[in-house]
Design a protein around this ligand. Structure first.
Ligand SMILES: Nc1ncnc2c1ncn2[C@@H]1O[C@H](COP(=O)(O)OP(=O)(O)O)[C@@H](O)[C@H]1O
Ligand SMILES: [Mg+2]
Length: 356
């Protein structure tokens, strides 16, 4: 019995002539039907991983298994991957239907079946009736949908998307996020998509694999990655945060210089140095949340009004705290005013692998 649909083990890629690997001992696995986001800054190795899974380039070492079978010896055209890559552009002078049917023609599928499957694929991506248009006559969003239809029509083993939304404007990008997610859920296809955009990854994926410098930093659900980052890199790359260095005085209690006692969640040995994080929206005005612990009084130095929230910079001791407060909180703090902020210990995260 195989539990994983896709399994990547200790994958390494060193390009010819390169000093160091672009992908360095990366391992992860996906159950069938999952949508995984590979997230990280430009150059961290995301596309390289996707190209190895597709079979476009060979790993230097490591294994890629699909349904428990090593696919390294299987050439790209026999892996049956649905690919939406920038380097796999549509043919602009051909019709949409022809672009979509191309893969089926290559596979010698019969004419009637091709027509049926192309129609179904176009319906799925909401391009019904546009099959006879030339690709060059479609909008950016429609072209992206045509590319998705082309990748899905072959009923791929896996759907691989490389920055599928990066060429679209902001509004269309939001729409397409939801749409890709819906199409993936409806077809049940196992999918891996690459993005450098944290919002995109958080909102679209079942799980995120966060990468930096060719290494996998952390893999987890959007919530685990956002609320329980395990490394410095993940904590700073995803979302805003207040970071503190402290010394553990007793289990769950750290002493932070210039701030005082900070109670946190997570296990760190007594006497050890720790890095702790508090997201700005987890700080609340005292009296509106947490009980008598983790209370910090200070002066409001700066206020930015953002409509639904107010971002405050508050000087507490020698530390500056950034807090995002909801604007419905009644009387709002003012610049120069004294306020007390509080945070629940479960919202103070201990970062396990902090840089020394
Ligand atoms: N064909 C190639 N030959 C040599 N180096 C490459 C090649 N493709 C990518 N690289 C290098 O590998 C690293 C990772 O690249 P890539 O996988 O494209 O990153 P990402 O998709 O995360 O932006 C980069 O340093 C890049 O310069
Ligand atoms: Mg890339």
């Amino acid at each position: 019995m195989v539990d994983h649909h896709v399994e990547i083990e200790q994958l390494v890629k060193t390009y010819p002539g390169a000093q160091k690997p672009s992908v360095d001992r990366v391992s992860f696995s996906l159950p069938r039907g999952e949508m995984l986001a590979l997230l990280g800054p430009s150059g961290c190795g995301k596309t390289t991983i996707l190209r190895m899974i597709a079979g476009l380039i060979a790993p230097t070492s490591g294994a890629i298994r699909i349904d428990g079978r090593d696919v390294s010896a299987i050439p790209v055209h026999k892996r049956n991957m649905g690919m939406v890559f920038q380097s796999y552009a549509l043919f602009p002078h051909m019709t949409v239907a022809r672009n979509v049917s191309f893969g089926l023609e290559m596979r010698k599928v019969g004419k009637t079946e091709i027509e049926e499957r192309v129609k179904k694929a176009l319906d799925l991506v909401k391009l019904t009736g546009l099959g006879e248009r030339k690709v060059s006559q479609l909008s950016g969003g429609q072209q992206q949908r045509a590319a998705i239809a082309r990748s899905l029509v072959i009923e791929p083993e896996l759907l691989l998307l490389d920055e599928p939304l990066s060429n679209l404007d902001a509004k269309l990008r939001d729409e397409m996020r939801d749409e890709i997610r819906e199409i993936q859920a409806r077809t049940g296809v196992t999918a891996i998509f690459v993005t450098h955009d944290q919002d995109e990854a958080l909102s679209m994926a079942d799980r995120l694999a966060v990468m930096s410098n060719g290494r996998l930093e952390q893999i987890g659900t959007p919530r685990e990655i956002f609320d329980r980052p395990q490394t410095d890199f993940v904590a700073t790359f995803i979302g805003a945060g207040n970071f503190f260095s402290g010394k553990v005085r007793e289990p769950g209690v750290a002493e932070v210089e210039g701030l005082g006692e900070l109670r946190f969640s997570g296990e760190a040995p007594t006497g050890s140095s720790v890095k702790l994080m508090v997201r700005p929206h987890r700080l609340v005005l005292d009296g509106t949340g947490a009980a008598g612990v983790n209370r910090f009084s200070g002066t409001v130095e700066h206020i930015v009004y953002r409509g639904q929230t107010l971002t405050l910079t508050v000087r507490c001791g020698t530390q500056r705290l950034q807090a995002d407060l909801p604007t419905h909180a009644g009387v709002l703090p003012e610049k120069g005013g004294e306020i007390t902020l509080a945070v629940a210990p479960e919202d103070v995260t201990f970062i396990e692998k902090a840089a020394a």
